[in-house]
Design a protein around this ligand. Sequence first.
Ligand code: CTP
Ligand code: CA
Length: 227
Amino acid sequence: LDIVMSKRDLVGRTVLVTAGGTREPLDPVRFIGNRSSGKQGVAVAEAAIARGATVILIGANLEVAPPLGARVVEVGTTLELQMAVDAEVATADLVVMAAAVADYRPTEIAPTKIKKSSDSNTLELRLQENPDILRQISTNRARDQVIVGFAAETEPDDETLLQLGRAKISRKGCDFLVLNRVGWTEGFASDGNTVIVIDTAGDRVGEASGSKLSVAHRILDLVFAAR
Ligand code: CTP
Ligand code: CA
């Protein structure tokens, strides 16, 4: 229904969406990752396509099929995501960073499977911080681009979620931050979502609740309304 009713208001615009979650290998068979399915980011790509945009979808370990009509670039790690974003960002009028990005990667990747040690029952991993892609593209933007970040937080209520969101958007330098609450049982693999969108001033510009596709359309409405 969303698709049938879509307005074609993004014809001539290019939208770059990152979706999914990056994974950092420890050895040939293991990784450090997160529970992002990619559904909300894929829904943003789908909504933008329906509205006539040219869509580039950078997918990190997507658990759902990308929409027809997007140019898809597949990545695994945060460094690969960074390279793909750097290669594609110049043409984008809107960048939506929905991907859940691994903040750290192992300082070294073991060339063979890590074996259990016989002399210790603990294992220490040493991690190196990954680059902050959203902050970099927000800082380096050359022109009038709209940049949207996402933050999934385990805050207990909207007030603390908003406080955290305000601090985060000022650190990132993006134009909008889409906030949602996540937990052991809410958020990730589900088909629905509830979000609050804030701007650089930290003001609440809107909220949305419903299917991830309807939430995606609402996010596009809010961020393009500000143009
Ligand atoms: N992000 C990014 N590069 C990173 C980490 C995050 O581009 N290395 C982006 C995400 O895609 C998302 C936004 O930044 O759009 C917020 O991610 P989040 O993990 O909430 O922010 P962090 O600054 O990593 O803060 P936290 O300590 O809460 O994880
Ligand atoms: Ca993070």
